[in-house]
Design a protein around this ligand. Sequence first.
Ligand code: PGA
Length: 247
Amino acid sequence: MKIIPTQTKDDMASAAAEIFAEQISTKPDSVLGLATGETPRELYKSLIEKHDAGDLDFSKISSFNLDEYVGLPKDHDQSYNWYMRDALFNHVNIADDNWHVPDGTATDLEAEGRAYDERIKEYGGVDLQLLGIGVNGHIAFNEPDSSFPLGTHPVDLTPSTIEVNSQYFATPEEMPTKALTMGIGSIFNADRIVLIASGPSKADILYDAFFGPVTPKIPASILQMHKDVTLIADEEALRVIREKGAL
Ligand code: PGA
């Protein structure tokens, strides 16, 4: 694992944007794995700026998002489908057929999950996967569990995730309690993974995930076994890793 420490959240976003921009320039038909949440917003802004400056062409890029809430239609402003259009896709020249977000309104969620994994395979697999991390160690919506789930599948969200994410909904009751998420296996198949983290709330879990035992109780800990993982984090998020002398 490689760690890129940055002073601020903005620096974290710039460092991650450089890696994505290089991937897109070097392999214009890259398959990107994309993430939602607060952490990647500035990264997407930076990619849009590079696109506007004529430096990045998304015309042959395809992408697969990690997850979606169950039951939220695509036009709900808290759906991840909406988030991605708002944060990136509406502002770059990615082809409409080439970006994918799991369908959380599918009647058969298990079948939608299997079809999603098949589609990723048809596109040749993910070249570069972006991840955030939850305060409970989740990656995508793979919550702490007794085993590592493999494929894209429906999950019950934990109280911790519901508490953190319900702030974005008009009322906490609107927050879905289920999601459809890529599994650890789907994520692990990516050639290269970049995990971004910022702020003090991530400091404990980053240490546990990257320097503690590999356990499904901390889903992100499996990343210790991946061949090409880069952690980009600001100093607030790296505090415990620094204090324990791991960096
Ligand atoms: P955040 O979410 O970027 O909003 O902190 C990260 C995650 O839950 O994976």
